[in-house]
Ligand binder design. Sequence first.
Ligand code: ATP
Ligand code: MG
Length: 413
Amino acid sequence: MSKIQCVRGTRDLLPEDKKSFRFVDETAFQIARRYGYGEIETPIFEFSEVFHRMGETSDVVSKETYNFEDRGGDKLTLRPEGTAGVARAFVSEGLAQNLPLRLYYSGPMFRYERPQKGRYRQFQQLGVECLGLETPLADVECLALAHDLLQALGLGGEVQLEINTLGDPASRQAYRDQLVAYFTPHKASLSQDSRTRLEKNPLRILDSKDEGDRRLIAGAPSFEECLNEESKKFFARVLQGLKDLGISYTLNQRLVRGLDYYNHTVFEFTTDRLGAQGTVLAGGRYDGLIEMMGGPRTPGVGWAAGIDRLADLLDKTKLPKDSPLIALIPADEAGEKESLKVAHELRQKGERVEIFSSGNVGKKMKKANNAGAQWALILGTTEVETAQFALKNLSTGEQKTIPRPELKNFNFR
Ligand code: ATP
Ligand code: MG
């Protein structure tokens, strides 16, 4: 039998990896809470229709989903992103009663993509959705939350915010028509993908990474000419809010998002430290989504961030330190019995304690050192009988005797 492995594009996250992932997630939730967000968890799979309602023309839905039929014959899809599930929950749980609603989520997502560094088939996202607010202030707050998070992760200096507007539906339609008029005479020189997009979703051509497409895109009309007054005003207020908060940004007229439900503000935070996989956080306004999901017309704005990419960027030396590890080294059977009790008492106090029980005392000490223990407590018959323990500080090498009753008051930190 060949050696068993995890599926291409998936990976095991070991304790060292999880430290970074958890730090990103916990930091994000802590900051989201300051903005009034509560946490939601939706299922990892949904009826395929949930994602089809988001728009058949997006690459994520049309090419990247894991679809399967379960034993009962239901057509299901592993979620490729979080917004659709949240929108579905909003409709099926009847959450429209209590607006605005601010929701935070985090968890695994699944996309059938070509695996490479920073791009996996199972990866993790965290995200926020603010539902029920039409005002550009909501966009600004959403962006400020993203900005705060990246600062808190120590990435403020190396990510850039790129922002654009897709305008309201009328402006978007006008731009769409202009793009079709511009690209149609060049149809033969477009890539296969972009030719399909020209019919289904011409805006997405702007997102193409194909060299030939990029040359044509450079000459394409810009969105600005098609924005109506309403849309211009909305965008101006978003940008003014960012200025007021001192959040710097770059306007990128070619920025469109992969999913079809966006309008008005769209944005991405990117870095050049991750090569081609440089987008760490992306989102925008999606006023039509809830309606597409079969709910009442409800404006929304939100974003999602790739935890794998954020974790990769973190300076691991700045991760919060664990509390010191106390190693209990039983020297014999009486010491072993006692160490169970001592460990229990210290853990009750909140200390981190590990009992090292295999090999001779020398071997145990070595293992404790390798585990990064800060303290070693040696317990044998003599120590138990005299109620005097030998406590060693492993970083200074200093050793002292500590009476058993004083142990629970000792400051290990
Ligand atoms: P990309 O242009 O890199 O394909 P995207 O536009 O498909 O990104 P979104 O759908 O906006 O990405 O998802 C938000 C974030 O989730 C991305 O900015 C990225 O950090 C992360 N992400 C998306 N796809 C993957 C993946 N396959 N592996 C790891 N992270 C991912
Ligand atoms: Mg993608």
